[in-house]
Design a protein around this ligand. Structure first.
Ligand SMILES: [Zn+2]
Ligand SMILES: [Zn+2]
Length: 371
């Protein structure tokens, strides 16, 4: 069996769509027929070439934020990770990384830190593993025993595509920050991750959710998704002005929790100043490097709990699905996906998603490639 596969050869090089063989289903594994894959901010860093990792510069199958249906079940697989019956055709979500469950970190319930969790097309060179097995492709193979969650009816496929990266990532980040009822939460960035972070904070009982972004369309959506106040970068044009505004909104105290989902290094410096003494700062977006200068006593003197986070513990996926169902009439989270493109128009999809396009006033929030 073969499947269509989008192949990247490096930044700004148009994607090639090729038919590649699909790996054989092993006992205990599940073959997914993908239905949609979103373009995440980290995909855009790869497209722009502003993240220095060697992975984005070599031939590979991109895509990590996606969903699909069960195409075929390996021997002995009859249920999902909550022992609900699973059959061919069922819609599912799953982590795009594979905790090994047999290492120091997995044993300590830190599956998001497992050093063995990366998928085939990141670990191996394309030449060593030329299979239709990835996010922007027809098929994705879940390794034996991998986490998989059946999706309740009613959530559209295009929205599901965003669950296993953006939504799960920020919900897990907020979980690690241990929010208390009545907390003030500031979210830097109101793109895909930001909008979900805002809604998750509101659902966690925050008394204030402050959204910061430079695009009015995003801030408008943020307000509908739980933000109690917004700080527009075009109005508050300096870091100090933004920090002052957040302090003003929080009675001079600062936010209990700050969440960074901007992906610009300097945002962390600014965000640390928005968080109150003894508050918690969760850094999620800063994956592409960049640098800033930090005074040695900044974090200690303010007693900030500073959490860096990449990936999540898979149980959060079920919590995401429940929240999407529970809040479907409360927040227009489904509007987060502004555009869809077919797989054959991957390059156009990435060009549309590019920041430059957005800064000219395009209302692009999350773009999903339908498969
Ligand atoms: Zn992502
Ligand atoms: Zn492990």
């Amino acid at each position: 069996m073969k499947g269509r596969t989008a192949i990247s050869e490096g930044p700004k090089i148009p994607f090639a769509i090729e038919e590649l063989p699909v790996p054989e289903v092993q006992p205990g594994s599940v073959l997914i027929k993908n239905s949609g894959a979103a373009i995440c901010g980290s995909d855009l860093h790869g497209w722009r070439g502003d993240s220095d990792g060697p992975v984005v510069r070599r031939k590979r199958i991109p895509g990590h934020e996606f969903t699909g249906r069960v195409h075929s079940l390996g021997k002995d697989v009859a249920t999902d990770s909550l022992r609900r019956s699973l059959k061919e055709g069922d819609r599912v979500v799953f982590p795009f990384f594979f905790p090994c469950m047999r290492c120091y970190h997995c044993l300590r319930d830190q599956l998001h830190v497992c050093q063995h969790r990366f998928r085939n097309n990141i670990v191996y060179k394309f030449e060593d593993y030329p299979y239709c097995d990835g996010g922007f492709a027809d098929y994705f193979m879940l390794k034996p025993g991998h986490f998989v969650f059946k999706v309740p009816d009613g959530i559209p496929d295009r929205v599901l595509a965003t669950v296993n990266c953006s939504m799960a990532q920020v919900m897990f980040g907020l979980h690690l920050a241990q929010p208390r009822q009545g907390d003030a939460v500031v979210v830097q960035g109101a793109g895909g991750l930001g909008i979900y972070a805002i809604a998750c904070a509101a659902e966690a009982g925050a008394s204030q959710v402050i959204a910061i972004d430079g695009q009015k369309a995003r801030l408008d959506l943020a307000k509908k998704c739980g933000a109690t106040a917004t700080v527009d970068l075009t109005e508050f044009t300096t870091p100090q002005a933004r920090v002052d505004r957040v302090r003003e909104l929080t009675g001079g105290i600062g936010a209990d929790i700050g969440i960074e989902v901007v992906g610009v290094a300097a945002a962390a410096l600014e965000g640390l100043d928005m968080v109150r003494m003894g508050g918690t700062y969760v850094d999620i977006g800063n994956i592409s490097g960049g640098s800033y200068t930090l005074t040695g006593n900044k974090v200690i003197s303010r007693q900030t709990k500073w959490i860096g986070l990449q990936h999540y513990n898979p149980w959060i996926l079920e919590s995401c699905l429940q929240m999407l169902v529970r809040t479907k009439d409360k927040y227009p989270l489904w509007d987060l996906v502004s555009h869809t493109f077919p797989l054959e128009k991957m390059t156009e999809a990435f060009e549309t998603a590019e920041w430059v396009g957005k800064q000219k006033g395009s209302p692009a929030t999350r773009i999903v490639v339908t498969i």
